[in-house]
Design a protein around this ligand. Structure first.
Ligand code: NAP
Ligand code: GLV
Length: 306
């Protein structure tokens, strides 16, 4: 079995060493233009030239959960795309989301400001039952975040494409379920894949339907959010704050108003990082399952876009 590795913005050597150790039966190499043809590839943001040259590939293993970048390439029909399924990301995402929700709920920004002024100032406790958290997307990451938020007893709502039943979560689905979901949400957490259906979904109309004083946490993709609509709703006071891990252009350009907005927190696309050892173990397990002719999880449906 020939494996090729083509991941931009990733140090290749530790991955190659890990893949060789996990799959001693495979020949693992780093792709360069003109490299011999491989059977399967481990990829992140590969160039179109890689796809065009590697005509024998059966599977692309994406070393991330989101495949929006990969699906923008011209992929031959029949080339299977496999995403990372958790591989240590879900707990990181749950941590990030809980941290952001609790920071807003317990008003830590206000305590930080009070400390800067050496001011010992209590704030009135808020009612947890008023602080409902709505998760857009109840997949691998959204359902784990829902479970973690439930442990803190926040009311949790969710929205998915098809119907879902999750313990303790008020589940909505499809376009018909969106308005009720938004109307019941105090903190909106976006964990949708970026597809033709979900691009620009966080806009003036949808964000305007959140409860007054709502917060927005975008941990999915920058292109889900219409930046100017968010800024207008923050400045008008309808939204109380936003935590943005992702942006339309990454890195977020220095002149972008999000950097200095007093009610926007920016982090550098770090909510749930790819963990090398866990990812290699998962890919090796899936490759062996494929060799045995068994089905694997995480196969992307190119029609749906995730
Ligand atoms: P997933 O398992 O594929 O789950 C996607 C969820 O979104 C599913 O519940 C799906 O509904 C729902 N959905 C998709 N299209 C929809 C639509 N048109 N209307 C309503 N619901 C829709 O994905 P995941 O692993 O949870 O990851 C989600 C995204 O997180 C990734 O695509 C990636 O962009 C982002 N991400 C960000 C970071 C970071 O560090 N910031 C890290 C990893 C991933 P069904 O359940 O009905 O299919
Ligand atoms: C990161 O954003 C991922 O999609 O894994």
């Amino acid at each position: 079995m020939q494996l090729t590795f083509c991941c931009t913005h990733t140090a290749a050597e530790p991955w190659l060493a890990g893949l060789r150790a996990a799959l001693p039966e495979a020949e693992v190499s780093l792709w360069a233009p003109g490299a011999p043809l491989a059977d399967h590839a481990i990829v992140w943001a590969p160039p179109q030239a890689f796809i065009d040259e590697q005509t024998r590939l059966q599977t692309l293993f994406n070393i991330g959960a989101g495949v929006d970048g990969l699906l923008k390439l011209r992929l031959p029909p029949g080339l299977q795309v496999v995403r990372l399924d958790d591989a240590g990301m879900a707990v990181q995402m749950a941590e990030y989301v809980c941290h952001a929700v609790i920071r807003h709920f317990r008003e830590f920004e206000q305590y930080d400001a009070a400390q800067r002024e050496a001011r010992w100032a209590f704030r009135k406790p808020r009612r947890r039952e008023d602080f409902s958290v709505g998760l857009l997307g109840l997949g691998v990451l959204g359902s784990r975040a829902a479970q973690a938020l439930r442990a803190f007893e926040f009311p949790v709502l969710g929205w998915s494409r098809g119907p879902k039943a999750l313990d303790g979560v008020r589940c909505h689905h499809g376009p018909d379920g969106l308005h009720d979901f938004l109307a019941g949400t105090q903190v909106l957490v976006n964990l949708l894949p970026l597809t033709l259906e979900t691009e620009n979904l966080l806009n003036r109309d949808t964000l305007g339907r959140l409860r007054p004083g709502a917060h927005v946490i975008n941990v999915a993709r920058g292109a889900h959010l219409v930046d100017d609509d968010l800024l207008a709703l923050l400045d008008r006071g309808h939204l109380a704050g936003a935590t943005l891990d992702v942006s339309r252009t990454e890195p977020l350009p220095p002149e972008h108003p999000f950097w200095h907005h007093p009610r926007v927190t920016v982090t550098p696309h770090t909510a749930a990082r790819t963990l090398r050892d866990e990812s290699i173990a998962q890919i090796a397990g899936k490759l062996r399952a494929l060799q045995r002719g068994e089905p694997i999880a995480g196969v992307v449906d190119p029609q749906r876009g995730y």
